[in-house]
Design a protein around this ligand. Structure first.
Ligand code: MSP
Length: 635
């Protein structure tokens, strides 16, 4: 029987608009799942949505629709993103599905029957925002000013979590692989040094109705985390299908972000222990994606929308950047500059260039058919060294998957690409092509093509579309690598016809994709979404006079513009360079969105945005009709 591999992501709060941080956990799981499939492992990849709780109830009520209608709509944002990102999950679980709810209720009933859950009074502090009870010592200093922190007194149900503390400490100490990376294990052990209380697992319906009913008391619903964590087992047949459950459980990896460490490494293992279910093998907490140096969040307005990058650079380049840039476990910073830099150096220059050199050589010198390398192609020192470098990357990649250091496996593979480029330069096939004896030329082409084939297989889980295109161009049918063919030399058949090819990664000199790019709405049609007047009133428009303007080096779209807004001088960056020269706009009275949070565009600070009208390929600035001082209100 082949080895099994079961990987999960957290299930996402459907109320949120997915950003790069969310996309990352799912992408990481996808890349791991794809590697394991290539290693021949029977793989199951689960993701899903966390759909109960206060925020969903509030949002649905505000919209005047039912909670179910609300989540049925919002869950699509995640499902669509996973499709765009080419995520190969085997299942998508929603906590509002019957298959999940019944299992949560059975677990609760069983724990209640065995006195693992009891009822008690709670008199203390409650954080409405995070839906958690807080102890005196965890109260923020200014809690009296915070409307979301309330004193409450109510009866609730509690899970006897505290009694498992010593057991859990011992388990973690005896199983170093259980919490990864190591410093996260220490974090959990540090947390467990303090006394561990029991966990309140209910919410009274007087406050919250949108949850799973407690089976033994209809006045209460289940606390969201007690509901959500169960997804990892309800989705694979727990209490329903023993064969399926025993096949996949215990999971190999629960991938999580560092912010949900305690719920996964304290609540979840104690819940499983009480249920009598073995623990997952590894809980791996990755770091955070920061927007530059700042925490990324919807409320900060700096969340990076993956759709913007997918539209501008394609799915593979986006997947590559996220996988190559983050050292697993650490935080990583997402900036447009770094994205472009990595794209151009790794993908356009190294990999794209190498591929097109080899493919063009086959096309123009071998009539579009794979070269015949002659006997013993790896006898020469250069060929052997290059192939050994490729094999070292195969080993490194497998190691990096097991050690959760994908960035290292990717770096080793890019090293092979660069070695192959150097080999090409040294052999100078364009000169070899002029010789009557074509043997050296054919050898150069064949060995490079074989190395490229190995590279395409190693990077396939990260960039499935482009690597599959490359493999087809090399004459491999189907595009998908076969299990374990990376170790073999000579898979490409001499004489076989190569497929179509084009530039894999054209160089980019692009400006950042505009935030929140939407699918195109036909001209003349007004997008149907409406906003309330209060939302409109939040935007502060002001008139402004353009004082100076200049082009931004390296960008053909952007102008850096100095403006006067009443008493204040400001700098804005505007994407109008293709429509206005800098001189043309000096002196114009324009309209500014004055309260946009400052942001860097192409590395240049921008404080606000100039309004412009666009139609087709035309763009005109919105200007003021007649004399008016700058800084005037526009409404
Ligand atoms: N619903 C809970 C998880 C329940 S699992 C039984 C939840 N959802 S979430 O949508 O808020 O977050 C899901 C994941 O996204 C978490 O792993 C979180 O760490 C991750 N990220 C959210 N923002 C992030 C970054 N800026 N960077 C990286 N990942 C981050 O928590």
């Amino acid at each position: 029987m082949s080895e099994t591999f079961y990987v999960t992501t957290p299930i996402y709060y459907v109320n949120d608009i997915p950003h790069i941080g969310h996309a990352y956990t799912t992408l990481l799981a996808d890349v791991l799942a794809r590697y394991h499939r290539l290693l021949g492992h029977d793989t199951w990849f689960l993701t899903g949505a966390d759909e109960h709780g206060q925020k969903v109830q509030d949002a649905a009520r505000e919209r005047g629709i039912s909670e179910q209608e609300h989540v049925d709509e919002t869950v699509l944002r995640f499902k669509e993103l996973w499709e765009r990102l080419e995520i190969t999950n085997n299942d998508f679980i929603r906590t509002t599905e019957e298959r999940h709810k019944v299992i949560v209720q059975e677990v609760l009933q069983d724990l209640y029957d065995r006195d693992e859950i009891y009822k008690a009074n709670y008199n203390g502090w409650y954080d409405v925002k995070s839906e958690t009870y807080i102890t005196e010592k965890d109260l923020p200093e200014n809690f009296e000013e915070l409307a979301h922190i309330k004193r409450i007194e109510e009866s609730n149900y509690f899970f006897r979590m505290g009694k498992y503390r010593d057991w859990l400490i011992e388990y973690i100490e005896e199983h170093p692989e259980f919490i990864q990376p190591d410093f996260r294990r220490n974090e959990t052990l540090g947390f467990l040094k303090q006394e561990l209380g029991d966990l309140c697992i209910s919410r009274p319906k007087s406050r919250l109705t949108w949850g799973i009913d407690l089976p033994f008391d209809e006045e209460y619903v289940t606390y969201v985390w007690f509901d959500a964590l169960v997804n990892y087992i309800s989705a694979v047949g727990y209490r329903r299908d023993d064969e399926q459950f025993n096949k996949w459980w215990p999971a190999n990896y629960h991938l999580i972000g560092k912010d949900i460490l305690t719920t996964h490494t304290v609540y979840w293992p104690t819940m499983l222990k009480a249920m009598g279910v073995p623990l997952p093998k590894t809980i791996f907490a990755h770091g955070w994606w920061l927007a530059g140096k700042e925490k990324m969040s919807k409320s900060e307005g700096n969340a990076i929308n993956p759709m913007d990058y997918l539209s501008a650079f394609g799915v593979d380049a986006s997947r590559y950047y996220l996988m190559a840039e983050m050292t697993l476990g650490q935080d990583a910073s997402f900036t447009h500059e770094k994205f472009i830099q990595r794209y151009n150096s790794d993908l356009a220059n190294d990999l794209g260039n190498m591929s097109s050199r080899v493919l063009k050589m086959i096309d123009s010198n071998c009539g579009g058919r794979m070269a015949e390398p002659g006997p013993d192609p790896l006898a020469g020192e250069d060929e052997r060294t290059l192939w050994d470098t490729a094999q070292a990357a195969v080993v490194e990649m497998e190691k990096s998957i097991h050690n959760m250091r994908l960035d290292l496996g990717i770096a080793a593979t890019m090293n092979v690409v660069r070695a192959c480029n150097r080999y090409f330069d040294k052999r100078q096939p364009w000169k070899q092509a002029k010789d009557d004896d074509k043997t050296p030329l054919n050898l150069t082409i064949y060995v490079s093509a074989e190395v490229l084939r190995v590279v395409s297989a190693l990077l396939y889980p990260v960039m499935p579309e482009k690597m599959s295109a490359l493999r087809i161009a090399l004459g491999l049918h189907g595009g998908e690598p076969q299990v374990n063919d990376v170790q073999k030399f000579g898979v490409l058949q001499p004489g076989c016809l190569m497929g179509n090819y084009g530039a894999l990664f054209p160089r980019h000199k692009e400006d950042p994709p505009s935030q929140g790019q939407k699918p195109e709405v036909p001209e003349g049609v007004i997008d149907a979404d409406t906003i309330e007047f209060d939302d409109f009133a939040k935007v502060k428009f002001r008139t402004a006079e353009v004082l100076e303007a200049e082009a931004i080096e390296g960008s053909d779209k952007l102008l850096k513009i100095q403006i006067q807004v009443g008493q204040e001088k400001r700098q804005v960056v505007s994407g109008i360079a293709k429509f206005y020269s800098p001189q043309e706009i000096v002196g114009k009275q324009v309209v500014l969105v004055a309260n946009l949070a400052p942001r860097k565009v192409f590395g240049v600070e921008s404080n606000g945005m100039l309004l412009a009208a666009t139609k087709g390929k035309r763009l005109r600035l919105i200007t003021v009709d007649g004399e008016l001082n700058s800084g005037a209100k526009v409404s």
